[in-house]
Design a protein around this ligand. Structure first.
Ligand code: FES
Length: 173
């Protein structure tokens, strides 16, 4: 059964990106006969595309001999996977209770004000996107956030603005 029921299925890959499917197929080869490698396969897809397009889900399902719905379920369960091209820096702010009570809303507000963008929107320069996510496992750093795979905390609104300056100075990856 198609996994994208409820919305018309759209191909998101342009011609320039299609060769990356072969790259993904090669990356999946060692995983084919290994059970429980869906996460690894999705990481491989995200490494190659910077997000996980529907075509990658289809390919992973085919190569790992899994239902597409299962691969899609894993993809949507974990917040570290993107289903659309991601910004260079994804700022994931924990919204769970402990972080909320210690200032996460102010941190998120500072980001969104400084960037002129709402949660989930990529800034026009393609550099930033904020996300409000569940516990990052960094409760000792509350309020905590991650910039891609980089851990930050405890954060304040001032530190959030300084972090943006630092990331801008680094430029696009
Ligand atoms: S509650 Fe925020 S990182 Fe765990």
């Amino acid at each position: 059964m198609a996994i994208h029921s409820g919305a018309p299925r759209r191909a998101t890959l342009d011609d320039a990106e299609r060769p990356k499917l072969d790259q993904l197929r090669q990356a999946l080869a060692p995983l084919r006969d290994e059970p429980g490698t869906t996460l690894e396969a999705l990481y491989a897809a995200q490494d190659i595309f910077s997000y996980v397009p529907p075509e990658a889900v289809t390919l992973i399902a085919k190569e790992l001999r899994l239902p597409e719905s299962e691969v899609f379920g894993v993809l949507t369960f974990y917040s570290m996977f993107h289903r659309k091209p991601a910004a260079a820096y994804v700022l994931r702010v924990c919204r769970d209770l402990s972080c909320h009570l210690t200032g996460a809303p102010q941190v998120l507000h500072a980001f969104n004000q400084a960037l002129g963008a709402r949660v989930g929107e990529v800034t026009e320069d393609g550099l930033f996107e904020t996300e409000s996510v569940s516990c990052l496992g960094l409760c000792d750093l509350q309020p905590a956030l991650m910039v891609n795979l980089e851990q930050h905390g405890p954060m304040t609104a001032d530190k959030a603005r300084a972090l943006l300056d630092d990331l801008r100075a680094r430029g696009a990856r």
